[in-house]
Design a protein around this ligand. Structure first.
Ligand code: AMP
Ligand code: ZN
Length: 466
């Protein structure tokens, strides 16, 4: 198996992966907090996890992939649980909120060909495990209880700050005055919180009725499904601190040794120079893409054109280029589809081997997907390959890329009459703005040019007459 080199946020350099069990890799990804729709920024991070998993499988590893569902306790700056807030706002129970947004998230992932993880545990099903770790930390003198609240004692864990590089004394001077006044030290963080009597989501514990802190769920679920040592932990860059720093303190504190070998963090998706975020008000959902004239997989292609450790700008031009690139690859892959008289190309013979070796080199180099995409385009334009060979190689690469390269190149890509593309774009915008009179007028205009338009859940689909 060729060595896979990955950037480890903990060592701060690219290291060769050495799995705990040879041939097998265990991965945990922090999943969605299910109180609202995921946006394509969140999904960029899950795409990165999917690409890691697919790369490992392509290279030949057996992968066990766990991604959790956060349905409780994700406490933000305000100290409130966003799931309870959403339940109140939408007039539903917390369970209804969590189930609704879990389903929406999984559907968004399906549209982007993000394969479901092998295990997708819910935080609320693991309260007992969280209580167990909290008890272990109390027993070891790494946590303390104050009136039903349990806090991690950062000063008792000398390695605190190893992942994020934060210094505890600096954190202390930088901490704002907080609402929680019963902590011994402002840098300590909650493992368990006492519940107010009318709180909807609360559980019995040795410290009274309460609910878990924000970070403990990932210690509990990662170690339950992957064991006390596992290979890779991923998440978005903003989870490095405090979420992952605190997870390390909790897990290593309770177990007494290193748990995760490699920490990997994906960079942000940006829109108009800002991180895509609900708080900024610039979020886009996957299901919004068709009204902008794009398919969900155009976004997957866009994500592949940037390295996961670089910021990626979401712009109309970049999406157009992505849609174009995707169609070019699909067209190249469709070339050999009808060559029934040709024997199936042998991927283990030259020149296929050389192309595959270059592809493996790229993906093994800290998941260099832009290089992998360039190699796919090189195959698409390599006249020395037969159409069937090009198809076989591209479909083989697609096991990692996940771009449905055997799907027909979007019919919109056929030679459209002059001006039709612009009319289609205007029509997509009109539909997005619910201006159906304009959208119908544009459909008629397109029809008179010989372009038939159909509206599908995936957006406009065109057929050329004659
Ligand atoms: P949450 O559901 O809020 O816990 O976040 C889900 C994931 O999305 C986390 O891994 C975040 O780090 C990640 N994330 C949030 N905003 C962005 C963004 N603009 N680009 C990429 N990842 C993001
Ligand atoms: Zn987590």
């Amino acid at each position: 198996m060729p060595p896979l080199r990955l950037y480890n946020s903990l060592t701060r350099h690219v290291d060769a992966l050495e799995p705990i069990t040879p041939g097998r890799v265990t991965i945990y990804t922090c999943g969605s907090t299910v109180y609202r729709y995921a946006h394509i920024g969140n999904l960029r991070t899950y795409l990165f996890g999917d690409l890691l998993r697919r790369t490992l499988e392509y290279i030949g590893y057996d992968v066990l992939y766990v991604k959790n569902i956060t349905d409780v306790g994700h406490m933000r700056e305000t100290g409130e649980d966003p799931i309870l807030l959403a339940a109140e706002n939408e007039g539903k129970s917390p369970t209804e909120i969590a189930e609704f947004y879990t389903a929406a998230w999984l559907e968004d992932e399906r549209l982007l060909n993000i394969r479901p993880a092998d295990v997708m545990p819910n935080a609320t099903d693991h309260i007992a495990e969280m209580i167990e770790i909290t008890s272990a930390l109390l027993d070891k003198g790494l946590a303390y209880e104050v009136g039903g609240n349990v806090y991690f004692d950062v000063s008792a864990f000398p390695d605190y700050g190893q992942l994020s590089g934060q210094r505890v004394d600096e954190m202390r001077t930088g901490t704002r005055v907080e609402v929680e006044t019963d902590k011994r030290d402002p840098v300590d963080f909650a493992l368990w919180k006492r519940a107010e009597p009318d709180r909807l989501m609360k559980w019995p514990s040795p410290w009274g009725e309460g609910f878990p802190g924000w970070h403990i769920e990932c210690s509990a679920m990662s170690m339950k499904y992957l064991g006390e040592r596992f290979d890779i932990h991923t998440g978005g860059i903003d989870l490095k601190f405090p979420h992952h720093e605190d997870e390390i303190a909790q897990s290593e504190g309770a177990i007494g040794h290193q748990v995760v070998s490699v920490w990997m963090h994906g960079e942000f998706l940006m829109l108009d120079d800002a991180k895509m975020a609900r708080s900024v008000g610039n979020v886009i959902r996957v299901t919004d893409l068709p009204s902008k004239g794009f398919q969900p997989l155009d976004f997957r292609y866009l994500a592949l054109t940037a390295h996961y450790r670089s910021k990626l700008d979401f712009t109309h031009e970049a999406m157009q280029a992505a849609a174009h690139g995707l169609r070019r690859l699909r067209r190249a892959a469709s070339g050999g589809a009808d060559d029934t008289d040709e024997t199936a190309p042998d991927l283990s013979a030259e020149p296929m081997v050389a192309h595959r070796a270059r592809f493996v080199d790229a993906i093994s180099d800290d998941l260099a997907m832009p290089a992998a995409i360039a190699i796919a385009h090189g195959v698409a334009s390599d006249d020395a390959l037969t159409p069937a060979a090009r198809r076989a190689l591209l479909l083989d690469f697609d096991r990692v890329l996940g771009l449905d390269l055997d799907a027909p190149a979007d019919p919109v890509d056929q030679e459209l009459p002059a001006g039709a593309a612009e009319l289609l774009e205007r029509r997509a915008a009109a539909r997005a703005a619910r201006d159906y009179a304009l959208s119908d007028a544009l459909r008629d205009e397109l029809g008179s040019m010989g372009v038939e338009v159909r509206d599908t859940p995936e957006g406009q689909v065109t057929t050329l007459r004659g």
